[in-house]
Ligand binder design. Structure first.
Ligand code: GAP
Length: 508
């Protein structure tokens, strides 16, 4: 069994080999933390978007869609707090010239101590066998206790320093812990500085008199500034939501986890506008609703967990992440945030325009509160893709790699093969393909032995392969092979579409 790092590497190379994800500008040696989606990746991504859009917009009468521009008036980002506070503390190593997030250097250091503790646990579990009591061991083993105290002491310095923007304190912690640059091995550090994560550019044809604008770091602000336009033109009543899918840009300092942390990525966000005082009820509602959406894909519940934020951003009165068990460990996949009236209030103040809702029941106007659900499209892709990747040894000893992608998301729904390339079989197979392709993303393939064609489809996650043979010409039946079980059945041509449709409906 491969360890997780090996597995992650295999998943990345599978994504490339089969046309899902390529490094951006690869012929120029790539651009760090930017990726392109290939022929199957683009399909999978579109299917995830559609699945989310359907669940959020089509299935909710009181949620409508929006497609706001990436460029926004620069004051937007002043009001939202991104100009002043959307930054990470960074530190450079003077010898390697490498830049790091200062807090991540310390967190990696703590993770190493944690790994030592875990090693002790594994060793002891082996030694004591069935009588091993993990809780007791963690509380009493002197080496473990000492390491736990070490971690606690580091946390007690790091978190207050982060909260108070105490950069000297963070640097001192790095020095005291004797953290060395992983590249140069030296402890020759610069001071810690704030680094704003927004990309900026100039709008206008000449640099002179041009205005500095930003590439949006989240899609949400496009929703906030359009809230009243949508409410009025759509005659929306509270509670109602606005959903949007689109690109976001962050100049991430630490970006070495494939499509998990990118500098250009996509978000699927929904802002739900509610009456003040009702936000926590809706927050709980959306936490559950969003988890149910993930589970509807058929990925086991143990791959997900909630992480409730103890320390809240100044504008939030509740926040949680849905974390997914990626090959790199449990990490944030989606955030659900109760953002109070912070954003609308700030835009009201900075624009001088009223952003209130007139409540006919109360006969009064107020700024609504907002509960937001914010999920990364690329992270959802990675979650689905990494969970789907399966190496199997078959009964005959041969091996296959199969992508158990939920059928509703599979890039190709069915592949049609003539058993051999003569005797009228290709013509019949094409006829079936031409008919099926009107409803489903399908592929026609007549190259190589049938077994190899099956393997190619397994590797991209196609749920069904349809084979046309001599009997087809006699009685209009084909064999249909199911991806996961590899079971083959003989069915009539008319049944194919219904079978595909039935399988796709399972994910709802
Ligand atoms: N409007 C709220 C917001 O943007 P966030 O937690 O910063 O909240 C929401 O981002 C989601 O966007 C995350 O849960 C994650 O899935 C995705 N995301 C954030 N930064 C990302 C990055 N650099 N690369 C890929 N996905 C990212």
């Amino acid at each position: 069994m491969a360890n997780n790092e090996d597995l992650f590497k295999k998943i990345i190379s599978h994504a490339k080999e089969y046309g899902f994800v390529f490094q951006s500008s690869e012929i120029y040696d790539g651009l760090s933390a930017v990726y392109d989606y290939g022929q199957y990746g683009a399909e999978l991504k579109n299917n995830i978007k559609n699945y989310w859009w359907k669940a959020m917009v089509q299935h909710h009468e009181n949620i409508v869609g929006l497609d706001a521009a990436i460029f926004m008036h620069p004051t937007t980002w002043k009001a939202s707090g991104h100009v002043d506070a959307f930054s990470d503390p960074m530190i450079d190593n003077k010898d390697s010239k490498k830049r790091y997030r200062a807090d991540v250097l310390v967190e990696d250091f703590m993770a190493k101590i944690e790994a030592k503790i875990n090693k002790e646990v594994v060793k002891a579990a082996k030694r004591f066998g069935d009588t091993f009591d993990k809780g007791q061991f963690l509380d009493t083993n002197p080496r473990v206790v000492k390491n736990k105290e070490k971690i606690e002491a580091i946390k007690n310095r790091l978190y207050p320093a982060m909260d108070n923007n105490d950069f000297d304190g963070i640097k001192q912690l790095i020095i005291d812990l004797e953290i060395a640059c992983p590249v140069s091995g030296s402890r020759n550090w610069t001071d810690v500085r704030q680094f704003n994560l927004m990309f900026s550019t100039q709008i206008g044809s000449t640099a002179e008199g041009a205005n500095q604008i930003y590439l949006r770091p989240e899609t949400a602000q496009g929703i906030f500034v359009n809230y009243l336009n949508v409410q009025k033109t759509g005659r929306m009543k509270l509670p109602f939501g606005i959903a949007q899918i689109g690109k976001a840009f962050r100049n991430e300092i630490v970006a070495r986890q494939f499509i998990f942390r990118m500098r250009e990525f996509e978000q699927m966000e929904m802002q739900f506008f509610v009456k003040p005082g009702e936000e926590l009820k809706w927050y709980e509602h959306w936490k559950q609703e969003r988890l149910n959406w993930h589970l509807s894909l058929g990925i086991p519940a143990e791959k997900y967990r909630f992480h409730d934020h103890e320390k809240l951003a100044h504008y939030a009165n509740a926040a949680a992440d849905i974390e997914f068990d990626f090959p790199i460990g449990f990490k944030e996949l989606e955030g659900i945030h109760s953002r109070t009236d912070f954003d609308l209030g700030a835009h009201q103040k900075h624009s001088g325009k009223k952003l209130q809702f007139f409540d006919p029941e109360l006969n009064e106007s107020y700024v609504p509160y907002v509960v937001e659900t914010s999920i990364g499209l690329d992270r959802t892709f990675l979650a689905v893709f990494s969970h789907a990747y399966t190496e199997e040894v078959l009964d005959d000893g041969s091996e296959r790699i199969v992508m158990n992608i939920p059928p509703v998301l599979s890039p190709i729904k069915a592949a049609v093969f003539p058993l051999i390339k003569k005797g009228g079989l290709p013509e019949k197979a094409r006829e079936i393909f031409d008919d099926l392709k009107l409803d489903w993303m399908c592929q026609y393939d007549e190259k190589d032995a049938i077994g190899r064609r099956y393997r190619r489809q397994d590797a991209i996650g196609t749920p069904y392969c349809i084979t046309v043979d001599h009997q087809t010409l006699e009685d209009n039946t084909v064999t249909i092979r199911e991806r996961d079980s590899m079971k083959q059945d003989r069915i009539s041509i008319e049944e194919i579409s219904g079978i595909i449709a039935g399988r796709i409906k399972e994910n709802r």
